[in-house]
Design a protein around this ligand. Sequence first.
Ligand code: UDX
Length: 477
Amino acid sequence: MNVCIIGTGYVGLTTGTCLAFLGHKVTCVDSDEKKIALLQAGQTPIYEPFLAELMAEANGNLRFTTDYAEAVPDARVIFIAVGTPPSPNGSPDLRYLSAAARGIGEHFDGDFAVVVNKSTVPIGSGNWVGSLVRESYEQQHGCKAGQRFAVASNPEFLREGTALSDSLFADRVVVGSDDARALEALYTLYRPILDQTFNAPTFLPRPEGIGAVPLISTDLASAELIKYAANAFLALKISFINEIGHLAEKVGADIVQVAKGIGLDARIGTRFLQAGLGWGGSCFGKDTAALVATASEYGLSMPIVAAAREINFRQRERVIEKLLAELKILKGRTIGILGLAFKPNTDDLRDAPAVEIARKLIQRGCKVKVHDPVAMDRFRSEHGDLGVICCDSVDQVCVDSDALILATEWPQYRDLHWEQLASKMRSAIVLDARNALDRDRLIRSGFRFLTIAGLEGSSGLPVAENVLPVEAAGLLV
Ligand code: UDX
């Protein structure tokens, strides 16, 4: 099928690459010339494991352009995958969506196309997009659009870091439309995924036991709501375990064991029960805010979703409270942060808890040193004005630090030479804000071990001279 994808962010690029790999003819459009030049050269503007490799495999079927006229006119399926960033009141900013819809109407030249909302859009946007497309078609062509366009919603459930396998080996595919032609076209498009008939790439082997992928074929509004409800449910699972984690800390229980103990009940499930700093990224915060905003337009409150958001904000604050309780005075302290990306295997810093914590610490007069295995370049370009010290190694972060925060659970942080690192710090304190480190090993290495949801402990050895730096000493007087 001839496919056009508008927007080359995580969703657009992953969708385009996977569909091209499956044999469709895909053209991706983006107004960002730099991004398109990079993609045309076979490079990726984002860090996503195996994306460049799959792009190379799909090569002949995958093109990139900044020009709608090269992508839209004869496409049969046109995906809109542009950003819908949050506006100050929580509702998504739909400027890019509306520009894409108008661009489609203006440039389409065929008999029939399905316009698919892949971006997470407010419920009801499908109809709105349809009317924008038709209106701009009629203005441009001077004739009625008639039955030329069908609109569908096809929400995306990929996670950054595992975007390709989440797409190729999906748990389910959801398509929604009030037009049977759209559902049929999307069924044909996704058939290789639904039936799992494609040869999996060597670097992304098909998971064992995966059978046919279920297709949920429904109406437009239901598909739109499925996306919000799925993200909100995952978000509240995380906030639930964080709330229980707070209690676990008070009663001396181990939240990791508690999560396992409840998660093995098949009705609950073990995934998304990792307690810690809570969620960040571009989706959960934005989508839960949008859900609450949409509900309020209908006079409804969403107390469960609102509480999940509240708990998530609180987790970040608890990091500061923990450090305050331990160090008593933060002004003048040097705090190291390990991990900046909102989660491992990505360089995405949108709503990353680490960045917010760094900002809070700086506001309190701390010197902050940071390290991330892949997100340093992006951090320098997006948050260069924050005033933190960017380090090339964990060693550098530790030298003369008063405490270390594990903010992103990159696997390589688990196996550091903790004994050596402890000796470099002014006081060997680690706050494992992701419950990812080997507590016993750190304690054996001489660390005072703190968490924001679970078991703490110390080595019994004196924490290296826990003295205040000279600048802050005045505050004690
Ligand atoms: C999410 C959804 O999972 C995906 O289906 C949707 O399409 C987009 O939003 P993503 O934001 O890429 O994907 O990452 P995800 O793996 O869901 O993690 C989101 C955040 O939750 C991260 O900050 C992660 O650290 C945190 N998280 C996740 C937890 O704190 N605990 C967990 O158990 C799982």
